[in-house]
Structures are given as structure tokens and as C-alpha cells.
Design a protein. Structure first.
Lengths: 261, 424
């Protein structure tokens, strides 16, 4: 299940984008559902609804949102902020649609996945959808642990960080915390690249990091965790590898998106 | 003890010189973390007096050593540094002292088989100057500053030559003031030459700064001209809109939808002005990218550009200028030496991390020396220094520069942590 939402007050853009996605729907690993909204308020209300039901799993959460920056009334910046701060949703990938290449700083505070320029290009859209699907997939994996006789399975997408204290591991999610006995090393082995070790006793999910600096990171919850000396270079290297990897690969393979995006 | 005997005077002069060398040593090690000039001068002069008095009146080497250490420690209070660094620096001074004296002693007694008191007195201090100059240059290299090899050799040859002169002229223990005066003059000459060299270096550094600023001004100028062209073009376009609308209306009415579609596409294409590649809104970034990418386009390169950065970045303009300017210059130089010309540039800002990537195809073979890359055909010195500047800027933002290459592609990738205060 993969749900894509489109929100633009220009009907033509909405339908153009919807058609492009549905045309290629079969090419993706999962066939996506597409929902269209013509106003920010409608979108937000629906997102709220879905969130309320997500525990009982009645309505599907939106995985990828194409959001017009220049919406009337509640604009794209505002909606983005409400999603991250009021709904506290870090799992939804936001892609801003814009007609100009200038971006205000506030847009970046909402941690968008990418920007889409008008006129819309099919290649770029498909690229974005594939990447979002990959991320969502990884998020669905679960982390399992035992506490006494009870077996817990927590979806990766909800885990913010792990903290170790003596022999206990503390697992922090959006809603609650869990404690169990174990070694951080073992935890690390069960996790993928979405988690980085910043400290001898901290492993953090990068999706919940709002800000990086050399000596510390700030989580989306505004909590600050320090990056200890031995891990600073490694964290930086991981960032470089992640961002540089895609860049170098696409150049090597001659996969050049023609200039002007 | 006669305070004004030639030996004592000689001792005082050479000790004064030694204190000066220690001052240079601390300068090199601690950079600018010091008390104001007046206090420094008083502090070092006080150290010189105390040290000399102790040496002249108490003839026990062990007490001298301990007292010396204590005084040195007091001296380090003039600098704003942590305890660990203080202890480390004092130890270094003592070791240096010991090493210099030992070298001279060994050379005089071991090799020359005699004792040459004056030389034995003065030479270790000159040797210390030699080592301090070397240290200074090494630290400068570490900070990514250019140093001229030629100038370096000139400077270090002076204390060495002085030792030679002192040894030749002053064979025996001085028993007249002329000998003392000669030695003092030689020591003073060293000080003067050293000071002169620093001043000259300062001028070079200033010149370099000015050159960088000039480059930046040129880029601003071309960006302004470009924007003026854009404004001009838009004015024209708006004026032409009337005609365009008539043509469109005509095509719609006569049902020529194919042509209509083509016409609209053409209009869309023409909205991009020639030579305007980057429109992030960040003046410096747009400026440099437009100029350099245009250069690359002129020699027929295929360009790819992706810029997702806000208008205001937490990195100052000069630094952006140095990083982007140098990386792109290197890329363009490499492109001009191959027939397959492709260039890709990406700037991305995400969660306070700025990513800059420049990849290009290249010709010839790459040779790597000390982390500097050169291809066979280019000017080696220019290329190497460009990267050194980039490295030192990147270090200032606690970032990392990574250079990789395969058979025909070269990749330069950078991540930087941006500063909290945003660029105006």
C-alpha cells in the first residue's frame, strides 16, 4: 500500500500530475493510490483524520505528498509546518511543487524530500516516487525485542532513537518509551543505514534529525544529543557518502537529466 | 661576579635572544590567543631578568632548571590556553633547548674535538631560532596557507650561516667588548631579517586576499549585467505579448492544435535567457555558477545542474566563492583537455548541512601527490593550490572534502555544517 497525495489549487496541475502517475502506475514496485486535494485545508483535515485512525489501521496514512508552494490561503510553507509540528508526522515525504527556483529558508525547515519544478517532467516524478517507496518500505520493517516473556515488534518508522544505560536499552518512539536488556552493539547489527551511531550510548534514526552540526544533533522534538568525539568524523563521512553517492553514480552512468531539470 | 665583564654581557645578550625565540615559539603555537602587547612585553622582559639573575647568581644547574620551568609556566599565563597545552608547550621548550645544546656540544667536542666557548654559548640559541622557523612554516602548511619554498630556505639559512660566522670569528672566550659587540650584532641581524620576512609575508597574504575579493567583484559584476539583460528581455517579451496572443488566438480559432502546442513550447523555451543557468536567488551562488557554467558551455560541455538551496545560506560569500570558484575552475581546466565534455554540479541544503558536488570528465592521467591531484597536462602549481584553499575553508566549517576518480570521471564532493547566523 502506497498513498500519494497531490495538493495544488490549479486543477490543471493536479490532473496533469495525477495522470502522469497513473500512466506509469504499473512500473512501480507497488501500485500507488492517488488522492487529489484542491486546497490546503482539505488536505490537512484529511491527514488529521487518517492519523486518528492509524492505530486501529482503518485509514491508510499518506506516504508521499506533492505540495504546491504557492497555495492560496494556507500556503505550502504553512501546511508543511503544520504537518511536521502539529501532526508530528516525519514519515510523510513532502515534495514541493514550484514555478520558480528561488526557495525561502522556511521551506527547508519542513524537511522536504525534494523540489519539483513546473513544467512537470515525468522522469523526475518517477525518480521521486521510487525513492519514496524505498524509504517507506524500509520504514515498515520492524525491530523486535523481548522483555521478559513479552515479544515486541516496533515499526522502524516510529523509532526515534536508542539509548543504552549500563545493560539496559531504552527505545524511544513518538508516543512512548520501551526498556529492555541488551547491548547496543547487537541493536546496531539489526538496523540498517537509516540509523547512525552518534555516541557510545546513542543510535539515532536520521529521519528524526532536524539539524546537524559537528558536535551535536537536534531532533525534531528539539531535544539535543551530542555527537561524541570518536563518532564525529564517521557521522560526517556518512552524510558525505549518502549525498555524494547518488550524485556520483548518476554522473557515472551517464544518466544525465538534461540541464534545466 | 662582574656584571659588565665581556662574558656576562655575552651571556645576557644571548639569553635575551633566547627569550625572543621563545616568544616566537609561543606565537607560532598559540596564534592570537594572547594578552595585549604591553603586557606581553613586560612579561617576557620580566622573564628575561629573572632568568638571567638566577643563572648568574646561583650556579646550580638543577635549581636553574626548576626555577626556569616555574618562570616559563608563569609566562604561559599571558596566553589564553588550557592547562594541557601549557604543560605541553613548556615541555617542548625545554626539550628544544636541550636538543639544541646537545647538538652543538656534540658537534663541537665530538666532531671538531675542542671546546669553543663562545660558539657553544650562542650557537644553541641560533639553532633554536632555526627550529622555530621550521615549526612556524609547518603550522602554516597545516592551515592551508601557501608558503614559498625559496623564501623558506632563505630564512633558515640565516641562523645557520650566523652560527658559522660566530664560530669562525669568536674562537676563544671573549675577553674584549669588540667580540661581544660582534656577536650581538649578528644576533640582532637575525632578529631583523626574521621580522622583515614576516612583514613581507603579510603583504603577500594581503595581496592574495585582495585578489580573491577582486574575483568576487568581477563575478558580482557579471551577475548584475546578466540580471540587467534578463530585465531587458522581459520588458521586450511583455511588449511582444500582444502579438503572441494574437497568434495564439488565430491558431486556436483555426483549429491548428499541433502548431499551437509547438508555439506554446517555443514560448516556454524562450523564457530562459541565454547564460542564465542558476536562479536560486542566492546572489553569490547564482553569480559564480552562471559565469563558470557559461565558460563550460562555451567549450561545448554538456551541463547538469541541480540547486536546492534557500536564498540565504549560513556560509559567508567569500568562502562560497573560494569553494565553488576553485572546484569549477579545476573542472573546466580538465574539461578542456578531453573531447567528451560533461559537467555536473549539485548544491543541496538539508538539515543545516550544505552539500556541494562537482563532477567532470577529464583527459590525460591523474597523478596524486600528498592529497593534491594533477593531470598530466595542466599547470601543477595552480591546480594544487586551488584545492588547498578549498580544504582550508571546508575545515573552517568543520566539513569534509572528498576527491575521487575513475577512468574518465572526476568527483569532488563537499559537506559543510552551516553557521547559525544566516548570510545577509
Amino acid at each position: 500500500m502506497f498513498t500519494i497525495a497531490i495538493c495544488d489549487d490549479e486543477v490543471s496541475i493536479c490532473s496533469q500530475l495525477e495522470n502522469m502517475i497513473l500512466d506509469d502506475a504499473k512500473k512501480f514496485p507497488t501500485e500507488p493510490d492517488v488522492e487529489v486535494y484542491s486546497s490546503g485545508e482539505d488536505l490537512f483535515q484529511d491527514l488529521q483524520q487518517r492519523r486518528r485512525f492509524s492505530d486501529g489501521e482503518e485509514a491508510q496514512p499518506v506516504d508521499l505528498l506533492f505540495l504546491d508552494i504557492g497555495l492560496k490561503a494556507l500556503d505550502g510553507i504553512c501546511i508543511g509546518r503544520k504537518i511536521r509540528e502539529e501532526l508530528e508526522d516525519e514519515n510523510i515525504q513532502i515534495v514541493y511543487i514550484s514555478s520558480k527556483k528561488e526557495y525561502a529558508m522556511e521551506l527547508f525547515d519542513n524537511r522536504p524530500m525534494n523540489f519539483l519544478l513546473k513544467p512537470l517532467k515525468r522522469d523526475k516524478i518517477n525518480q521521486i516516487i521510487e525513492k519514496a517507496m524505498k524509504l517507506a518500505n524500509k520504514g515498515r520493517h520492524v525491530f523486535e525485542f523481548y522483555k521478559g516473556k513479552r515479544h515486541f515488534r516496533i515499526p522502524i518508522s516510529q523509532i526515534i532513537y536508542f539509548e543504552s544505560n549500563k545493560r539496559k536499552i531504552r527505545l524511544v518512539t513518538e508516543k512512548q518509551e520501551y526498556e529492555f536488556y541488551g547491548k547496543l552493539v547487537d541493536v546496531k547489527n539489526k538496523l540498517g543505514h537509516e540509523f547512525i551511531t552518534i555516541h557510545q550510548s546513542h543510535i539515532v534514526h536520521i529521519q528524526y534529525i532536524a539539524m546537524y552540526s559537528y558536535e551535536k544533533i537536534t531532533l525534531v522534538s528539539k531535544e539535543e544529543l551530542s555527537v561524541s568525539q570518536p563518532y564525529r568524523a564517521a557521522v560526517r563521512e556518512a552524510l558525505l557518502k549518502k549525498k555524494g553517492g547518488e550524485f556520483c553514480e548518476s554522473f557515472q552512468s551517464g544518466n544525465i537529466a538534461v540541464f534545466n531539470e | 661576579m662582574n656584571l659588565f665583564s665581556p662574558e656576562t654581557l655575552l651571556y645576557l645578550m644571548s639569553n635575551g635572544f633566547r627569550v625572543y625565540v621563545i616568544f616566537l615559539f609561543f606565537e607560532a603555537l598559540f596564534q592570537k590567543n594572547r594578552a595585549p602587547k604591553r603586557r606581553i612585553f613586560i612579561g617576557f622582559f620580566g622573564y628575561f631578568l629573572l632568568n638571567s639573575v638566577v643563572f648568574l647568581y646561583y650556579e646550580r644547574p638543577l635549581i636553574n632548571l626548576i626555577v626556569n620551568l616555574v618562570f616559563l609556566f608563569g609566562l604561559t599565563n599571558l596566553y589564553n590556553i588550557r592547562i594541557k597545552l601549557r604543560i605541553f608547550s613548556i615541555m617542548l621548550v625545554c626539550i628544544l633547548d636541550l636538543v639544541c645544546e646537545s647538538i652543538v656540544y656534540w658537534f663541537l667536542t665530538g666532531i671538531l674535538g675542542g671546546s669553543y666557548p663562545t660558539t657553544g654559548f650562542v650557537a644553541p640559541d641560533l639553532l633554536m631560532l632555526f627550529f622555530v622557523v621550521v615549526l612556524q612554516k609547518l603550522l602554516e602548511i597545516k592551515h592551508g596557507n601557501r608558503i614559498s619554498l625559496w623564501q623558506f630556505f632563505c630564512i633558515i639559512s640565516v641562523p645557520i650561516a650566523s652560527i658559522f660566522i660566530v664560530a669562525v670569528i669568536l674562537w676563544e672566550m671573549p675577553n674584549n667588548y669588540l667580540d661581544v659587540a660582534t656577536t650581538v650584532v649578528i644576533l640582532l641581524m637575525n632578529v631583523v631579517i626574521f621580522r622583515l620576512s614576516n612583514i613581507i609575508e603579510g603583504y603577500y597574504r594581503q595581496e592574495y586576499q585582495l585578489a580573491v575579493q577582486q574575483k568576487q567583484k568581477d563575478i558580482y559584476k557579471s551577475q548584475i549585467i546578466l540580471q540587467r539583460d534578463v530585465a531587458q528581455w522581459l520588458k521586450q517579451f511583455r511588449h511582444d505579448m500582444k502579438n503572441h496572443l494574437i497568434a495564439l488566438r488565430h491558431l486556436v480559432d483555426s483549429g491548428r492544435y499541433e502548431e499551437l502546442s509547438q508555439y506554446i513550447d517555443d514560448m516556454g523555451e524562450r523564457i530562459e535567457v541565454k547564460g542564465e543557468y542558476a536562479q536560486s536567488g542566492n546572489f553569490t551562488v547564482d553569480g559564480i555558477l552562471n559565469v563558470k557554467l557559461h565558460e563550460a558551455k562555451q567549450i561545448g560541455s554538456e551541463l547538469t545542474l541541480e540547486v536546492t538551496i534557500p536564498k540565504r545560506l549560513g556560509i559567508c560569500e567569500i568562502d562560497l566563492n573560494i569553494i565553488l570558484g576553485n572546484l569549477l575552475d579545476n573542472a573546466i581546466t580538465a574539461l578542456s583537455e578531453t573531447s567528451d565534455r560533461r559537467l555536473s554540479v549539485k548544491l543541496e541544503c538539508d538539515r543545516n548541512v550544505l552539500f556541494i558536488g562537482v563532477s567532470n570528465t577529464y583527459g590525460g592521467t591523474i597523478s596524486e601527490r600528498n592529497g593534491f591531484f594533477f593531470t598530466t597536462k595542466e599547470s601543477k602549481i595552480e591546480h594544487g593550490f586551488g584545492l588547498a584553499s578549498v580544504r582550508s575553508v571546508v575545515e573552517r566549517y568543520q566539513g569534509e572534502l572528498k576527491l575521487q576518480y575513475d577512468g574518465c570521471h572526476f568527483f569532488a564532493t563537499v559537506v559543510l555544517y552551516m553557521k547559525e547566523t544566516r548570510q545577509e
